[in-house]
Structure formats: structure tokens, C-alpha cells
Design a protein around this ligand. Structure first.
Ligand SMILES: Cc1cc2nc3c(=O)[nH]c(=O)nc-3n(C[C@H](O)[C@H](O)[C@H](O)COP(=O)(O)O)c2cc1C
Length: 317
């Protein structure tokens, strides 16, 4: 998620769940082909498994970018066919690619020829207000013919004119049945559902119909939700880290990042801003957020501020 799931956010989430697959923000092919590759692809090995999401529509540029992603060690390349923003539409990629399934198939093929890791596609279930199931079925079918076996289905339409990206995540109705139908129609494909999922029980219900569930906003705003996922959904034994242990684990990481990149403008807040929701649902969550939003304290650049914030809470987290 742009501006949210940067490398610091992913390191933080990785302290909470060992096995959940994490995704980068969308990185455009232009940024990789013409820009500073290291700035866009740098990450910490602790983040794995992590997938690189690309935005683009030129098969050769996507192939080059996917290759770079593989060389940098990403475990999966995901093509964005779901972003409705005006800027992305101007670049002729994102959700508007759903109108060009053959081009997406060519892009997928070019990327698959260039890398040996999985190439996956994230998409919507329709464009504008058309609700015809055949549209998304043919989209998935065409791309599956090019060898893509995993589809992340944001189960609402993208409205290309008249709605902002934010409205496009809220206004078009969720139609989970469409993703379920895709799974029934293409049982050999891995179908991962996305959109509006907020609880473990909802995840479990979706898993009765599809192969996986992707959470965006809830995982970001209430990250400790992920603490049970290793044991509940990945069959991995062991207790999750407590919230305090998560904070403690982040301190040496933040110290190192500030040492390495402080001179380049990295601020404590660039990392701690992703952690404001850690105490969501606990008494004192507000006090925790307030301390971590105090610009004077943040300016001191001491990551032990995290523990000071937690100490303001009435019960141990
Ligand atoms: C701030 C923000 C940035 C996003 N950036 C991306 C992105 O870069 N690539 C993408 O595929 N989806 C992006 N999304 C959409 C989410 O991945 C997800 O599909 C959407 O929010 C619906 O899932 P949710 O209800 O679990 O949040 C973004 C969403 C938000 C809120």
C-alpha cells in the first residue's frame, strides 16, 4: 500500500507474524528502469517472505523490473491491475488494464520468461458500474493461459472516472461471491480474496471458499490482529510476541536505521508512524499514540520513546 507498507512498516509487521506474506508498495517500472533502483528495492532480509508489487503495462519494462526484483531477492512479483488513481490511469496501468486482458497476459508472459519466481496479478472484479461476471472470468482466464496461477481479487469494481482512490475502496460494493465463483470455475488457480476483511473469523469464513485472504487497512491500523495468524492459519506452533516484545524488537532496528540513514533524512517518526495502531483495542491506546505523536519527543530521535509510550498505558501491553 502506497506510503504505508514501506520497508520499515514491513519489518514492524514481521515482528508480529513470522509467516504472513508481505507486499511492498506499488513500484512503477519507470522508477526502476529510469530511477534509483536501490532506493525503491532496498529492504531488510528479516521481512521475508516479501513480494514486490509492480505498476506498469510495457512487457519489456515489466520484464526488466521483475528481473531486478528477483535479483534483489523478492519472493514474488505481483502486477497491479487494481489501482484506479488518475495518475496511474495516465500511465495506462493499474485498474484500467482490466480492459486489456491480452496486454496483461503479454506482460505476465514477459515477466514469467524473465524470472523463475511466481508472477501474480492483483485486480478488481469489474470496471465502472458493469457487474457482468463474464468480464472478470475472461480476464482471469486469459491471464491464466499466460501461466499466471495466483490472483489476488479485490472484490469490488474500480470506478475509473468520478471516484477518488479512497472512494474506490469504499463505495463500489464488495461482492465476495464473485471471487468464490472464480475459485469454483478455476479450481486449479490460487484465488486470494481482498477487501473489507477485519477479523480472524471473517478470514476463516473466506478460507472455506478461496485459498487465501489479503488484508490491507485493518492490518495496518490494527497490526496486532496478525499476532494469531501464524498459529491459526499457518499451523505454526508457539506463542506470538507480546506487544511490548514487538516494541523491544524494533528498538535495535530503529537505532541501526537512524545510524545508517539519519544523515540522508530518515527520522524516528518515519518508522514509528507505522506503529501507532499497535495498542488498538487496549485501554490507554490513545495515550500510547499521543506520546508517539509528540513532535518534540520524536525530534530527540531516541527509539526508547516506544517504551515510554507503552509505559503510559494503565495495564501492561
Ligand atoms: C493508503 C493505501 C494505499 C494503497 N496502495 C496500494 C498499492 O500500492 N497497491 C495495491 O495493490 N493496492 C493498494 N491499496 C489497496 C489495498 O491493497 C486493498 O486492496 C484495499 O485497501 C482493500 O483491502 P482492505 O479493505 O483490506 O484495505 C492501497 C490502499 C490504501 C488504503
Amino acid at each position: 500500500m502506497m506510503d504505508w507498507t514501506d520497508r520499515h512498516c514491513r519489518v514492524f509487521h514481521r515482528q508480529i507474524t513470522r509467516h504472513t506474506w508481505l507486499y511492498t508498495e506499488m513500484v512503477t517500472t519507470g522508477a526502476l528502469v529510469y530511477g534509483d533502483v536501490e532506493r525503491h528495492l532496498r529492504y531488510d532480509g528479516v521481512e521475508h517472505p516479501v513480494a514486490l508489487q509492480l505498476g506498469g503495462s510495457d512487457p519489456a519494462d515489466l520484464a526488466k523490473s521483475a528481473k531486478l526484483g528477483e535479483q534483489w531477492g523478492y519472493k514474488e512479483i505481483n502486477l497491479n491491475c487494481g489501482c484506479p488513481s488518475e495518475r496511474v490511469q495516465k500511465g495506462a496501468f493499474g485498474a484500467c488494464l482490466m480492459n486489456e486482458p491480452q496486454l496483461v497476459a503479454d506482460c505476465v508472459k514477459a515477466m514469467r520468461d524473465a524470472v523463475s519466481i511466481d508472477v501474480t496479478v492483483k485486480h478488481r472484479i469489474g470496471i465502472d458500474y458493469a457487474e457482468e461476471y463474464g468480464f472478470v472470468r475472461d480476464f482471469v482466464g486469459t491471464i491464466a493461459d499466460a501461466g499466471c496461477t495466483t490472483f489476488i481479487v479485490h472484490a469490488r469494481n474500480a470506478v475509473l472516472k468520478g471516484l477518488s482512490p479512497k472512494e474506490n475502496r469504499e463505495i463500489p460494493p464488495l461482492r465476495y461471491a464473485v471471487a468464490y465463483q472464480l475459485k469454483r470455475e478455476f479450481p486449479e488457480l490460487e484465488i486470494i480474496i481482498n477487501g473489507g476483511v477485519k477479523t480472524d473469523d471473517e478470514i476463516a469464513l473466506h478460507l472455506e471458499h478461496v485459498d487465501g485472504v489479503m488484508l490491507g487497512r485493518e492490518a495496518y491500523h490494527n497490526p496486532y490482529l496478525m499476532a494469531n495468524w501464524d498459529s491459526r492459519f499457518y499451523g505454526a506452533p508457539g506463542r506470538p510476541r507480546s506487544r511490548i516484545e514487538v516494541l523491544e524488537a524494533m528498538i535495535p532496528y530503529i537505532e541501526e536505521q537512524l545510524r545508517l540513514y539519519g544523515g540522508l533524512g530518515l527520522k524516528l517518526n518515519s518508522i514509528t508512524r507505522h506503529m501507532l495502531g499497535l495498542m488498538t483495542g487496549l485501554p490507554g491506546a490513545r495515550a500510547f499514540r499521543q506520546v508517539l505523536s509528540d513532535s518534540k519527543k520524536l525530534a530527540a530521535g531516541d527509539p526508547r520513546l516506544l517504551l515510554e509510550a507503552a509505559a503510559r498505558m494503565p495495564v501492561a501491553a
